[in-house]
Design a protein around this ligand. Structure first.
Ligand code: AMP
Length: 372
């Protein structure tokens, strides 16, 4: 092997990074509590519980992460002797919604009006200035819509505070009346090259990404705007690696919701759907290699497998379907794998989606309104 890459986390994102690293003769190792994690079949796992951080650091040349809540204290130990990409600053900002929204504002990336909330008084004040509805969120630690409360009127104040008041710091945001949610994913190399994939339109079920449609329908005017926002972030942060920006589509244009300093579920389509996937380009960027083309090969729909596995035979019998399983046990709400659908043309898509909806154990509302 030419190089060893250390990855904080060992879930499916680490697994797919390591799969992309293998043909480049790059070995991955992981820092992860569970030794039976999805990445474990691809490289050694070092455990925080067994105090193996130093051994993990000694055993790799360069480092990255698949988990944005990687503790900054661990990163600080690492960066005394080795390089981490993306940079610590990007991670610190992405871990705190208040810092993140401040940065978006500074860089003139539109965001919903927001306010910091440190007390019940602050919350009352926020509802006065922002109006209803507002979304109250924990500034740190929330994911998949957890740690959030939507306040629709003054009557919701007490309940919202009872649920989240102890989880400070908090942020109150105006509720965005969006028509859809999209994400832009880009990669920046060590030489400053930037490449961007087409926008994905993202659909959620019970707060979890259910499927992504790429390119997002009717997005030709949104694409350059989203590219400009993410390029500004990449330059400002002197970023290296893959960055994701989640956006709301509104009648007044795009509003940024949050960024993820890592490869993203809405980019899984790129394994088959793009010339170079988000995983391969992330590996290339963090190891100092030239970036590959992010051009789309074919319109694609990526569907998550959540909670229960479908029968492999049924999935693979669908024309143009690819199956990715993460070697996880079934549990309600857990991402177990994904399916990439690559229809021959726009007419075949609804047919494939209907067939897929029938074989997935979890309900799926794949109302494919594609206009490719
Ligand atoms: P987040 O954890 O910030 O990604 O939020 C999870 C989901 O909650 C988003 O995907 C949106 O569907 C919804 N959401 C978050 N913030 C807002 C907002 N300010 N207005 C409306 N919906 C929101």
């Amino acid at each position: 092997m030419d190089k060893t890459l250390g990855i904080f986390g060992g879930g499916q994102l680490g697994r797919m990074m390591a799969q992309a690293a293998l043909p480049l003769n790059i070995q991955c190792i992981f820092f992860e509590a569970s030794t039976s994690c999805p990445s474990a079949v691809l490289g050694p796992v070092f455990s925080p519980e067994k105090q193996q951080l130093n051994t993990f650091i000694e055993n790799a040349d360069v480092f990255t992460l698949e988990f944005e809540n990687t503790p900054l204290e661990q990163v600080d130990i690492l960066t005394q002797s080795k390089n981490l990409y993306p940079p610590r600053q990007a991670l610190a900002i992405a871990q705190n919604r208040l810092l993140e929204k401040d940065l978006f504002k500074t860089l003139q990336i539109p965001v919903a009006p927001f306010a910091q909330v440190n007390s019940f008084e602050d919350l009352k004040h926020a509802t006065d200035t922002l109006g209803f509805p507002i979304v109250l969120k924990t500034a740190t630690g929330g994911y998949d819509g957890k740690g959030q409360y939507v306040l629709r009127s003054i009557e919701d104040l007490d309940q919202a505070w009872a649920e989240l008041g102890k989880a400070q710091p908090l942020i109150a945001e105006s509720f965005v009346h969006f028509s859809r949610e999209v994400s832009i994913i880009a990669v920046r190399g060590q030489n400053g090259d930037v490449k961007t994939w087409p926008l994905a339109e993202n659909h959620h079920h019970q707060g979890i990404l259910s499927h992504s449609i790429v390119p997002a329908p009717n997005s030709s005017e949104l694409q350059p705007v989203a590219e400009q926002y993410i390029s500004t972030l990449l330059q400002h942060l002197n970023y290296v690696g893959v960055l994701t920006l989640e956006l709301f589509v509104t009648p007044n244009g795009l509003y940024a919701n949050e960024m993820a300093p890592r490869v993203h579920n809405s980019g899984h389509w790129s394994i088959e759907g793009a010339v170079c996937s988000q995983f391969e380009n992330h590996i290339r960027a963090v190891t100092g290699l030239p970036l590959g083309s992010t051009e789309m090969i074919k319109p694609t729909v990526m569907v998550n497998i959540i909670g229960q596995h479908p029968h492999t035979q049924d999935v693979l019998a669908l024309n143009g379907a690819h199956l990715h399983l993460y070697n996880k046990t079934e549990r309600a709400g857990r991402k177990l794998g994904h399916i990439t659908l690559m229809p021959t043309d726009a007419h075949e898509l609804p047919v494939l989606c209907q067939a897929l909806a029938k074989i997935l154990p979890e309900p799926l509302s794949l109302t494919a309104h594609m206009t490719w």
